[in-house]
Design a protein around this ligand. Sequence first.
Ligand SMILES: [Zn+2]
Length: 300
Amino acid sequence: MKTLFKTLFTIAALGLSTQPTLAEKEARFLLGGKSSGSKQTPKSHGSYAKGCLAGGEELAENGPTWQAMRLSRGRNWGHPDMIAYLKRISAEVARETNWKGLYIGDISQPRGGPMISGHASHQLGLDADIWMLPARDLKLSRRTRETLSSSDVRSSNKKSVSGDWTYTHMQVMKIAASDPAVDRIFVTAPAKIYMCKNARGNKKWLQKIRPYWGHNHHFHVRLKCPKGSSGCITQKPTAAALSKGGTGCDETLNWWVTAALKPAKPNPNKKKKKVKKKKHPRQFVMADLPNQCSKVLRSR
Ligand SMILES: [Zn+2]
């Protein structure tokens, strides 16, 4: 009896003393706890929804053609290629349209990685949300940037664009998509349908515009893996990208505003497939991310 007691006691003590190693700790708290970029050569490591960012650069809160929004989140950091892209296209928007520039929402955390709340992607410093609200005032207070809401460009029945959508939105998205650094842009389907109908001239840029759920208050720009980021995993090209001259303006687009909106009918004969539940990025531990992310975390 005495021996059993002793054994149990030892097991309990051992259990208590096992601290989680760095590899076992939750990535979102570690990477999300950093308030500055790592002092490393800029590189995106991993994939858009499983990775991190070395040498992240901060997008200035104010610029001649942009405002960084929701500053309290600390997500105005990106790969230097992304920061340069945002400056470049916001300047073009100011030059070519009746907007003064762009309101920039979330990019990434200073060192990228999974976040405590929100996005699954935005982990490499290569994703950025751009507000649908036309930028008219470029001197917003910090407080206004927290409380201001963006425009909703989708109608309440989700089938068409709303009254807040304008021709200029298309001009802005064309500028954003035409830049060679862009891999794809996610936007609500009614916006893409509008653009397919109303775009004039060369429509090649439409190939990069992808319909997706949500994305009616902002559009989401995803850049290609930058040169020099050998550990960066890009996404598979879309069918439209693979077919020469494809724009994605076909019948499949209508699915988003028809069948996709109907509630699924229960089918009693259909056997439920057992699918292994994938971890959400918020559950990632450091060991789930590329090895380089531990270095990014520990770097100055
Ligand atoms: Zn986004």
